[in-house]
Unconditional design. Sequence first.
Length: 297
Amino acid sequence: MTGASGFIGRAVVAELVHNDHEVTGLARSDESAAVVRKLGAAVHRGDLDDLDSIRGAVENVDAVVHLANKHDWSNPAENDRAARAVVQTISEALVGSDRPFVLASATALAGQPEMGRPATENDQSRAVGPASLRGGEENLALDHVDRGVRAIPVRFATSVHGAGDPNFIAMVSRAARRRGSVPYVGDGTNRWPAVHRSDAARLLRLGLENAPAGSILHAVAEESIAFLEIAEALAARLGVRAESVTAEQIADEMPFVGRFMAADIPASSAITRERLGWAPTGPTLLQDIAAGHYDQP
């Protein structure tokens, strides 16, 4: 498993270990290795650039869970190249084995504003080819299904939330402290999907155990939360105001998350729920905000 010491990865390791799976987590540092061991997993030292090490690890396991990404937004081209190289390496190592290959993807890559509806598991990811976001890794993995790889992309909601979340909502919260207001774009009616990380971890395990090759799963508990609701919940918690801004303004001010703040990217998980019997039970995003999980500086 790659990304085992990350925010989502820690929940996934705990879920797998609790359900009697033996897990080996890739770790590039002593700190990450200690986290993985504390969760009850073994450690394989290496990183995403060490493809030989990854290939060797894959040859000795019954399944692969790939959650890691460099997240180097200062060099997106290199980030995309590395993401594709890892998925290519894992896929080739699994050819002809029918072993599960569960990999992280994003519902946002399937959603398109012109659709006028939530993205579904039947919508193809728009990221195709080496020059696309994340190197088109979802479609690359699916290309190996006919070669005996049980590829199972799990598209995570835009917000995978919970205590310790360092991602989009935490970034908006930090920006709010800096600027004295929580920004939203236009009238804030654009929608984001969300899922609690415990529900996402359980879905990933169910997919690993039961999903057929080529299944696309949506880790989505709430399919469409207006961003204005998110902004107002953060503003109430932080004691500041919610403020409308332009898409251009926030993209300049917050170069990474600002690009997504105006996106209208709702997503459904109806097919996933029916296929695997998955029913989210964790707190909602607004409940996690109200609980103070995004108060930290």
